[in-house]
Design a protein around this ligand. Structure first.
Ligand code: SAM
Length: 262
């Protein structure tokens, strides 16, 4: 398969053309099984995701990573352990999501399940650190409290370039129909923020690596790959979206799109 290209078709078929152990990172933002989109009407989302995990496990290199997006139950009760190792179930927290009824707690997060094939070969923490402001204040206060283990006082170790973003990501907002970054109004349930995909690509790949996005949508992953000098392969069933992806990739270096990467 040619790299830096988006193929039109069903990812379950197209993936058969990818060589074994050739992919460094998979960014998988496919069906959640909750919207009215035809492609999102999945009877059993867990079985669907398990099938994907099996397919990705074949194409991933040893130590390669998969980030699988979904609702909180997206990998419940399935045994992915023979295929990949689950490292984190990242919570993508959306405090401002509108209430969805009165009989339960509103769901305020999506899951991004971070898997690797065995032990991670790449985790570039220094590239994804976030400011430590709140923790720093807290930790400085703690310096005057002796350790519960040995009663000694400890000096705070403070990394100037920031802290690990942790597994609850509340600092990246979902796109709304008002977001500047949104390509068109009707895409707000589909298009992911550049900052979100950028964190994943920066953490789990290096320049020149090969990234697979089997549910390309309007190409956020490829815009990020082009910007960060990663190679990619994409699949998408909607031909109109492929045209949008290609336009976006070509525009990455233009000023307007470039600003979104800051
Ligand atoms: C949530 S969107 C991805 C959005 C993308 N992350 C972005 O930021 O633009 C999921 C996409 O998967 C596509 N899709 C759904 N089922 C597919 C399949 N079996 N093979 C390939 N593409 C599929 C849909 O057309 C849709 O564009």
């Amino acid at each position: 398969m040619q790299i830096n290209k988006i193929y039109h078709g069903n990812c379950f078929e197209l993936i058969n053309q990818i060589d074994n152990k050739s992919i460094d990172l998979v960014v998988c933002d496919g069906p959640f099984g909750v919207t009215e989109n035809g492609w999102d009407k999945i009877k059993n989302i867990q079985e669907y995701n398990l099938n994907l995990i099996k397919l990705f496990s074949r194409v991933l290199k040893k130590g390669g990573a998969l980030y699988l997006f979904g609702k909180p139950n997206c990998i419940n009760f399935i045994d992915y352990r023979p295929y990949l190792t689950l490292n984190s179930k990242i919570i993508w927290y959306q405090p401002s999501r509108l209430a969805q009824g009165r009989n339960n707690f509103t769901n305020n997060y999506d899951i991004i399940a971070y898997f690797t094939k065995g032990k991670a070969k790449t985790f570039r923490l220094d590239d994804i650190r976030v400011p430590q402001l709140v923790e720093l204040e807290h930790r400085k206060r703690c310096e005057s409290v002796p350790s519960v283990i040995n009663g000694k006082f400890h000096k705070t170790k403070f990394n100037e370039i920031g802290k690990n973003p942790g597994d609850v990501w509340g600092d990246i907002k979902q796109l709304t129909y008002k977001s500047k970054e949104l390509l068109s109004r009707e895409l707000y349930t589909i298009q992911k923020p550049i900052k979100l995909i950028q964190r994943i690509v920066k953490a789990s790949s290096n320049e020149g690596d090969l990234i697979l996005d089997p549910f390309a949508g309007v190409g956020t992953t490829f815009a990020v790959c082009r910007k960060l000098k990663r190679n990619f392969i994409g699949f998408e069933i909607n031909a109109d979206f492929i045209a949008i992806c290609n336009k976006r990739i070509n525009e990455v270096e233009l000023k307007q799109e470039s600003e979104l990467f800051k």
